[in-house]
Design a protein around this ligand. Structure first.
Ligand code: PLP
Length: 426
């Protein structure tokens, strides 16, 4: 098969005609498919139903240290939950606060507290003329929504196969005191599925920011979300690395069990240095008497220990892997060598990113919609919803059935081909 670049105008027109016929046939089927939602499927949610059985009435809800989980108290989480989450994110339980049901909520609180009260005695950000955040792109739209909400200026930093462009990160943070943070999804990133290389993590830990209150927002949402048993990505643990580099307070690490058990009903946590924990607790003790310990206990009793989580994530992988592989096989078969864009092949996480030719992403998403396939809006993985090249499309394989997803991807491929040809024909 020739690439589109190599085809003559006549060949492209002929190809287009065939694709338009295919597209019309899909349209006539009146399909309603959705590849926009990064949610676990029902089959995945069913994997955690055993959690409902571990705390039946009559069960003792007392922790190892004698805490009665039914009552008020324990601001930073029960010790068994800290141990479990600590093992999951490779951190000392002493460095962890267990929160409520959402890590995004912790990130919002962290920014909000920095705005109103500052970070460890530094000027509250709301009193500064300008506050800026670095945003590796493409990234997670809800991160960018938080910084946008607080009027924080966002600066795009390109993602490379090794993580964010560290030359740019080092240069910017060392020069500009207004840069107070960077959003990172370091493992199986949303949306590309990239894991930061060892060198990237080490360079992060050795940053020399101009702002004393600069913090790395290390969102380890996909820390145990491997698709394969052996072929897994490995991420260096950032807290230890920062400590080793003499920057112990520079990172906040976030995580949750949202895509392990039930999204919205999981357990979320922050891990950070003792100094940061002390700073956070000053506010947290005003905000709440304590989070949901019953849910923390439920998670601990269900998983027992980290091996329970590993086994459980294998079952998630069994459900997700065929979907990821079908998409990647289809791209390989239908789009490889065509010059109609590129894609990453992640080994974990929740998304696949397709990069179209410049200026084609919105067109592809619009075409897919007209054929009955809802995709994440083009531009969503960028600050202010603006993709400078209009080329990134996030695909979420988890929620639809394999059968529906296969049809949706067939349609997507036709839309990519059509949009690429339209662009080349001008
Ligand atoms: N962080 C990332 C990178 C995500 O992709 C998501 C959900 O898609 C979240 C956080 C949301 O986490 P939570 O449910 O713990 O708020």
């Amino acid at each position: 098969m020739k690439s589109y670049e190599e085809m003559t105008k006549e060949e492209l027109l002929k190809e287009k005609e065939g694709l338009e016929a295919e597209y019309k046939k899909f349209q006539q089927r009146g399909l309603k498919l959705d590849m926009s939602r990064g949610k676990p499927s029902q089959e995945q949610l069913d994997l955690s139903m055993g959690m409902m059985d571990v705390l039946t009435s009559g069960v003792d809800l007392t922790c190892d240290d004698g805490t009665d989980c039914r009552n008020y108290g324990v601001l930073d989480g029960i010790s068994e939950a800290k141990q479990l989450i600590g093992d999951m994110i490779e951190c000392n339980p002493d460095n962890i606060i267990i929160y409520g049901n959402s890590s995004l909520n912790i990130m919002y609180d962290t920014i909000s507290r920095s705005m109103t009260h500052g970070v460890m005695g530094n000027t509250p950000w709301c009193k500064l003329d300008k506050v800026k955040f670095l945003c590796p792109v493409p990234g997670y739209d809800r991160h960018f929504a938080i910084t946008e909400y607080f009027g924080i200026e966002m600066i795009n930093v390109p993602m490379l196969p090794t993580g964010p462009d560290m030359d740019m990160v080092e240069d910017l943070v060392s020069k500009d005191e207004a840069i107070k943070g960077i959003w990172c999804v370091p493992k199986y990133s949303n949306p590309q599925g990239i894991t930061y290389s060892d060198e990237t993590v080490r360079r992060f830990a050795r940053l020399k920011p101009a702002a004393k209150d600069f913090r790395i927002y290390w969102d380890n949402a996909y820390c145990v979300h491997h698709l394969y048993d052996i072929n897994q990505d490995h991420l260096i643990e950032i807290l230890k690395e920062c400590k080793r580099a003499g920057n112990p307070d520079m990172v906040y690490k976030f995580c949750s069990t949202s895509k392990i058990t039930f999204p919205g009903s999981g357990v979320a946590a922050i891990a950070t240095s003792a100094n940061n924990l002390e700073d956070i607790k000053k506010q947290l003790k005003i905000q709440t008497i304590g989070h949901d310990k019953v849910n923390q206990l439920r998670h601990v009793r269900f998983f027992k220990d980290i091996h329970g989580i590993t086994e459980h994530m294998r079952k998630h992988a069994d459900s997700l892997r065929p979907k990821f592989e079908m998409i990647l096989d289809t791209f390989e078969r239908e789009l490889k060598g065509l010059g109609a864009g590129s894609w990453y092949s992640p080994k974990g996480g929740y998304f696949i990113t397709y990069e179209t030719l410049d200026g084609c992403a919105k067109n592809v998403v619009a075409k897919a919609k007209k054929a009955g396939v809802v995709m994440t809006p083009a531009g969503a993985p960028f600050p202010y919803g603006k993709d400078p090249h209009d080329s990134v499309i996030r695909i979420s394989p988890s929620y639809p059935s394999l059968e529906d997803l296969t049809t949706a991807i067939d349609i997507f491929v036709v839309c990519v081909k059509l949009a690429s040809i339209e662009k080349l024909l001008g």
